[in-house]
Design a protein around this ligand. Structure first.
Ligand SMILES: [Zn+2]
Length: 115
């Protein structure tokens, strides 16, 4: 019984971690947060915006069976390539390495707060 609960808890954590790894980039874009921003740098309002963005992105990803090319054009995912442009403002997307992964972001819509 206890082992079973522990296993469920671990599974939930694993799923959450996987969702964060794969959906982090579109979440941050939807919330207008720079990829290098630490959670500790976000205020309450930004955390709530990010939380709602995560829910929206997760719902869209499930609806479109997590296939990037089927995600709405307003998402950053279909624009992740060398010539990619921001679906919101049209600026050229930039890349940054975060935790050994390349993240695309818009320098206008996702400014780094402390420069
Ligand atoms: Zn933009």
């Amino acid at each position: 019984m206890t082992a079973r609960l522990l296993l469920d808890g671990l599974l939930a954590l694993l799923l959450l971690w996987l969702a964060w790894r794969t959906l982090r980039e579109p979440d941050l874009f939807q919330a207008g947060v720079h990829p290098r921003t630490k959670i500790s740098e976000l205020d309450q309002e930004a955390i709530e915006t990010l939380f709602h963005a995560m829910k929206d992105v997760l719902r869209e990803a499930i609806e479109h069976q997590a296939q990037p090319e089927r995600l709405p054009d307003a998402f950053i995912v279909p624009h992740r390539h060398d010539e990619g442009r921001c679906p919101r403002c049209g600026a050229a997307l930039e890349t940054v390495r975060v935790s050994s992964r390349t993240s695309y972001f818009c320098p206008n819509c996702q400014p780094k707060e402390d420069g």
